[in-house]
Design a protein around this ligand. Sequence first.
Ligand code: SPV
Ligand code: MN
Length: 625
Amino acid sequence: MLNTPYKNLEKELSSESFRKISALDNPALFDLIDRFIKLCEPKSVFVSDNSEKDTEYIRKRALALNEEIPLNLSGHTAHFDGYFDQARDKQATKYLVPKDEDLGKYLNSIDKNEGLKEIEGFFRESMRDKEMVVAFSCLGPLNSDFSILAVQITDSFYIAHSEDILYRPGYEEFKHKKPSDFFKFIHTAGKLKNYVSEEIDRRRVYIDLKENTVYSTNTQYAGNTLGMKKPALRLAIRKAARQGWLAEHMFIMGVQGENAKKNYFCGAFPSMCGKTSTAMIEGESIVGDDIAYLRVNQNRVFAANVERGIFGIIKGVNPKDDSLLFKSLSNPGEIIFSNILITEDNSPFWIGKQPEIPHKGKNFFGEWYPGKTDEAGKEIPPSHKNARYTIRIKTLDNADKNIENPQGVEIKGIIYGGRDSDTWVPVEQAFSWQQGIMTKAAGLESETTAAALEEEGIRLFNPMSNMDFLSIPLGEYLKSNLSFGKKITNPPLIFSVNYFLKGKHGNFLNDIEDKRIWLKWINLRAENKTKALKTPTGLIPEYSDLKILFKKTLNKEYTKENYIEQFTLRIPENLNKIERIRNIYLKLDFIPEVLFEEFKAQEKRLKSLQAESGDYVSPDEFPRE
Ligand code: SPV
Ligand code: MN
């Protein structure tokens, strides 16, 4: 029995839900649930203990409430978000900041009292005709130094269902650890019309960093609502910086070496730059595709996937380029397809799945046929470009066997990649942790594509690809990355990759599958098995190594002409990039001085080579390290 302050919980919860909650013996949790029951006034409350029975109840309720629609294969469902609720809303996402705190230039914030008042207004009585779900997850593997416990309170069974696919169960961990400090996510989809959030103008995602609490309302899109995903990344970035570890927007993958030995790497790429497709490369193994925690242990770096599933972009996934993923998506089993087209035979269709386009179906706009336009006269595509699949990693043939390892996996290198048509070579190693973190990670940019609404080719500044999720001032974040690697004797090697380099005629210089070669070379470097060429910006592969790797891995003849075109150092473009990045940092406060020093030194090396050899320097001219 709980003591008197929690009488209300006993009254509001069914005896079974009350029993599950009481067993956790956690006053901070009781207070939280009590507070939101009083505020939201749900019709009923369901507490999940992560048992198969409770998880099945969540799946069934998502279907019964039309938040998910069954598809033709067993376990497959479709979920639709509103037409204007198809992606993360950066403008409406704000930190609740007390008057005496300043989060710096890039972070969107609102006065804490004002924001809380507003959001509590939106939550008040919001669940009167709805059932509230309380569910527990563990971020990172169970029983691990990486584990962070979290609770989600929501009126969306689609969200509870997604979290079960994507995260490890947290109920038993709550029971054993009785945490007083855990992450708290509160969500209501708000008023619904045709099963989607109606009041999009009242969409808010407010983050209270002090309380480790995120409130999300009047939205259903998972990037805004699924607490364990991006809201938790924001909370973790701050926690990590305070505690000396890293929370990053990175994949984790294993790369197979010559001698059956596997090495693990992390990779940070802004959205739509090849992050998931790299982690999913055939022949290698995937630990995670989106969020990694990194910790130092006994002078080595280990990383763990925060998730156990993938919420991945489905556009363009096809049997030829993504055979393993396509196979998993075509098998029966638990998968949520969001914002795809449901065809006449009740199967999911998405842009790029196959050349033939269905002639009708149902999508995030309603009934669909080719050429259909919205109220503004804009043509509606069959599936949204941000349509996604939600699956468990273990259903993939290339799932790594260490995914659940509580120690994580030892990281040998970190790869930073952006969409860059004219500057970075396809692959390059940094000289050191410091030079890599400053010039490659902190200097990461990505170009907008024709698919987006913005003008094509605009470079967006996105350090570590983590810009959207920063919860501490950028300077503080850079310092914590910098000092992380300096704690150990041999930090992971730092690399940049660029899959999008173009030639003189605007043609891509590499094929999609060439990324397999860059990974193999990165792995050779991590194993200290080969030499590289030294340029002013870093260390690049020798032609002879790549020729062998192309032949062995892809059975392709890699020509010297290709090599020279791809690895020619483009000095004016590199100098322009330094100028651009430096100008951004000069306007910010508390940026580590070494950032400017590294860029200055790089600029000096580039200019002195330019004076000697001209603007474009062939890799043949560089000395072996
Ligand atoms: C991303 O946009 O980086 C994602 C999807 O991984 S979201 O959940 O929207 O953040
Ligand atoms: Mn992501």
